[in-house]
Design a protein around this ligand. Structure first.
Ligand code: SF4
Ligand code: SF4
Length: 354
């Protein structure tokens, strides 16, 4: 079998999935050079030390490091140190092969082709694949401006509180808006933390920022009407994306592909105090990313089932007619990324009848 097809099969063993398609093979051919592909096939999703890979490949550790460091610089494999030694692993499609090479930006023909291929691959295969995740990979974090102290706020629900627990924060460009270019919302709003931040900052794909700057990013995103989403686990925050309904690969599962459970809702729900509504339509027309509010006879009416609890409608209501309330049916997210990943893998197997 062709090496690139073998790499696709290997990547497809990750719970995120990497379905077979011509577009994806072409993506892999852009990301991995022909002289790199055999070496890449020696990796899996667990970090492997350079000296072990060297033994397996029958080449020197120096050569292994030279080749893998170049791939890591391009964001196509993961590089870290294990017990002080360099180690490498494959990256899944999300977060990884889609985001990291695109986040670098640039307007070369290769970047443009990569963007086209990811658009096609997402539409034909990846959206359906991502929608199979149960629990969903991402969950909505409510806009901070919408939160009041009237009810208990869960610490893992508040973006800024979760960020405050991390040791390192890095800021990068949004790969979804860079590839789709369907809106003019801010691009520089992709936050990653700790291990992911270390890797991305070290490779120049993101830049390290302070907690204060990260809080400013959240504010800017809320002002622009972007939905905060984070990895759907309670501890060890990996990243926070700030998503628009037209470009984001995850939010579009709900807004475009009709997978209402493609994204985990926050533990909140909007509530509209009808007598206070003056019918301006701002919430329905300008703020709600999932069309959960409809204007009926000049009064805003909420569709509870559609509301994802992002809180974007709250801060711009001129009469404070909207607030967030707790959801009754809220399910706690898994504790760690590992638990999330294991549950997704088990549930996918059951769904596919394996
Ligand atoms: S923004 Fe407030 S006042 Fe305007 S339509 Fe929505 S609920 Fe009514
Ligand atoms: S109504 Fe729309 S904008 Fe308001 S919280 Fe729900 S999903 Fe977000």
């Amino acid at each position: 079998m062709h090496h690139y097809h073998r790499l696709q099969e290997l990547l497809n063993t990750h719970p995120v999935g990497a379905p077979k398609s011509e577009e994806f093979i072409e993506i892999l051919k852009i990301l991995f050079r022909p002289d790199e592909i055999e070496l890449a096939l020696l990796l899996d999703f667990k970090l492997k030390k350079a000296n072990e890979i060297a033994k397996q490949a029958g080449i020197s550790q120096y050569e292994v490091m030279q080749r893998f460091e170049a791939m890591a610089d391009r964001g196509v494999i993961l590089a870290k140190r294990v017990e002080g030694e360099p180690a490498y692993a494959l990256l899944p499609n999300y977060p990884g092969l889609f985001e990291y090479p695109i986040m670098r930006g640039g307007d070369s023909d290769t970047q443009a082709r990569l963007a086209e291929l990811w658009q096609a691959y997402y539409m034909k295969h990846m959206a359906a694949e991502l929608s199979l995740a149960n629990p969903p990979w991402l969950r909505v974090l409510p806009a901070e401006e919408a939160l009041t102290e009237d009810f208990e706020i869960l610490p893992f629900e508040i973006a800024s509180q979760m960020m405050a627990k991390t040791k390192k924060i890095a800021l990068a460009n949004c790969p979804c808006r860079l590839t789709e270019k369907k809106c003019s919302k801010p691009i520089d709003v992709c936050l990653s933390f700790d291990g992911a931040a270390d890797f991305l900052a070290e490779r120049g794909i993101a830049r390290e920022i302070s907690l204060d700057e990260a809080r400013e990013v959240l504010k800017r995103a809320e002002e622009a009407g972007l939905v905060h989403t984070g990895s759907n686990n309670r501890n060890n925050l990996l990243f926070i994306c700030n998503c628009c309904p037209c470009c984001c690969h995850m939010l579009r599962l709900v807004t475009e592909h009709n997978y209402p459970n493609g994204l985990a809702k926050s533990s909140y729900l909007a509530r509209i105090d009808a007598p206070e509504c003056i019918g301006c339509g701002i919430c329905a027309e300008e703020r709600c990313p999932v069309k959960a509010i409809e204007m009926i006879e000049d009064i805003a009416v909420l569709n509870n089932d559609r509301c994802i609890g992002c809180g974007l409608c709250v801060s711009k209501c001129p009469t404070n007619a909207i607030s967030l309330v707790k959801r009754d049916d809220y399910e706690f997210p898994p504790e760690t990324v590992r638990e999330l990943s294991d549950r997704v893998a088990r549930n996918k197997e059951t769904k596919r009848g394996k």
